[in-house]
Design a binder for this molecule. Structure first.
Ligand SMILES: *[C@@H]1O[C@H](CO)[C@@H](O)[C@H](O)[C@H]1NC(C)=O
Ligand SMILES: *[C@@H]1O[C@H](CO)[C@@H](O)[C@H](O)[C@H]1NC(C)=O
Ligand SMILES: *[C@@H]1O[C@H](CO)[C@@H](O)[C@H](O)[C@H]1NC(C)=O
Length: 377
């Protein structure tokens, strides 16, 4: 396993410790507050949900991690029967993507990984940070790299059920999904070096991506604007940190704007702040940094934009389609929305957008997303 790439060198032991302390402090502080204001919080949640339901402009951000996977109730149903029942797609829908598409995705990754000019943007060390992102289902030999804002909670629930900690997806309490002490879904980092290498070599490995800029917009909305989960540290600790360093107009006192976020992400020296934010950065660091796609040979890369075809394909390839199924994804919900992207970047300087693209170029190239020239020129 590689561990000495130049990009990984900033992840020193001291840095790691700092990172942990920062994250721990944030959590403890806020947990205490949460306890004190429990009653008020419950009230807020109730009222927030009510307003969200009615006000959310595109009806999507809060429900991003929609349910697209449920367990198959009739476990006795044979594989053949099920295939036969599901295969004829309703007319007017795209046919399922041919496996060729998935081969081409892997081929593209192989080619981009070999491109020396993009080396710094496509390669990363398989560090503890990466191994922490990967969840393990030993029973079915599956590794899943978590990339927030593409329906990951549902995939995690599937693996939790497959691992046997809960009998069905519906029975997993919402607070347990992300509690890795209780959910029986180990991280790859929790195994020995030999155990890690064995699993990386032999297991089915996958993760899901989406357009890199749309993903950042989604993360911004979900963490700094709505934040449907109770995570006040994003707005009250992380946002002020970003504003202090990156706000252009010093007399502007509004809360964090997308422009501040873009300037932070596009700064070549962003790591200085990243260390203070700890693992919360998983919502906006590149897919390269999260999953190391050039170092780990993934079996399938799913695209959020074609999840209707990709989710069942992943289930089939992982050999679990007879155990779990997927309900219909609401039409249009995963489609790339250029109008939305344009609106978010409106008024942000070309220089800042180009710097942002320069950082995320690896993600655009590796996963075949078109360069957003309409923002850059
Ligand atoms: C990649 O990063 C290294 C060290 O950070 C730097 O010296 C090198 O010039 C970079 N290469 C490219 C092609 O940007
Ligand atoms: C800076 O922000 C203040 C307060 O919102 C605003 O009145 C002013 O026009 C802004 N200046 C520039 C240069 O945008
Ligand atoms: C795209 O985004 C815009 C702005 O957020 C929204 O008004 C529009 O309804 C969206 N279009 C689709 C097809 O979802």
């Amino acid at each position: 396993m590689k561990s000495t790439h130049p990009q990984g060198s900033s992840h020193t032991v001291a840095g790691r410790v700092l990172e942990c302390l920062a994250a721990d402090n944030m959590h403890q502080q806020w947990l205490l507050l949460a306890a004190c204001f429990w009653v008020i919080f419950m009230f807020m949640v109730a009222s927030k949900f009510i307003t969200l339901t009615f006000k959310d402009p595109d009806g999507y951000s809060a429900k991003q991690e929609f349910l697209f996977l449920t367990t198959v109730p009739e476990a006795g149903k044979s594989r053949e029967e099920k295939r036969f029942a599901e295969d004829p797609k309703p007319t007017g829908r795209m046919p399922p993507a041919a496996p060729l598409v998935y081969m081409e995705r892997l081929e593209l990754i192989r080619n981009v990984c070999r491109d020396e000019a993009l080396r710094n943007l496509s390669h990363t060390a398989v560090s503890k940070f990466v191994l922490d992102r990967i969840f393990v289902c030993d029973k079915h030999k599956i590794l899943f790299c978590q990339t927030p804002k593409v329906g990951n909670t549902q995939w995690k629930k599937v693996l939790i059920v497959l691992n046997g900690a809960f009998p069905s997806i519906e029975e997993i309490p919402e607070n347990v999904v992300h509690d890795h002490e209780k959910n029986g879904l180990p991280r790859l980092s929790s195994f020995s070096k030999v155990g890690i290498e064995k699993r990386l070599k032999t297991y089915f490995k996958f993760f899901i991506v989406r357009d890199p800029f749309e993903r950042l917009i989604s993360a911004f909305k979900d963490k700094f604007v709505h934040n449907p989960r109770f995570e006040p540290w994003y707005r009250h600790e992380i946002a002020p940190g970003i504003i202090r360093k990156y706000r252009k107009n010093r007399t502007e006192t509004r809360g964090i704007q997308f422009e501040d976020f873009v300037r932070y992400l596009g700064d070549p020296n962003h790591r200085w702040l990243d260390l203070q934010f700890g693992d919360h950065i998983i919502h906006w660091v590149t897919y390269v940094e999260l999953c190391a796609p050039c170092e780990i040979k993934y079996s399938v890369i799913g695209h959020h934009e074609t999840l209707e075809e990709d989710a069942p394909y992943i289930l089939r390839e992982a050999g679990i389609d007879h155990l779990v199924s997927y309900p219909t994804i609401p039409p249009g919900i995963t489609v790339y929305n250029r109008t939305k992207v344009e609106r978010y970047f409106l008024g942000i300087s070309k220089r800042d957008i180009r710097r942002l693209y320069a950082r995320f170029e690896g993600d655009f190239k590796l996963f075949g997303y078109q360069k957003p020239d309409f923002l850059l020129n």
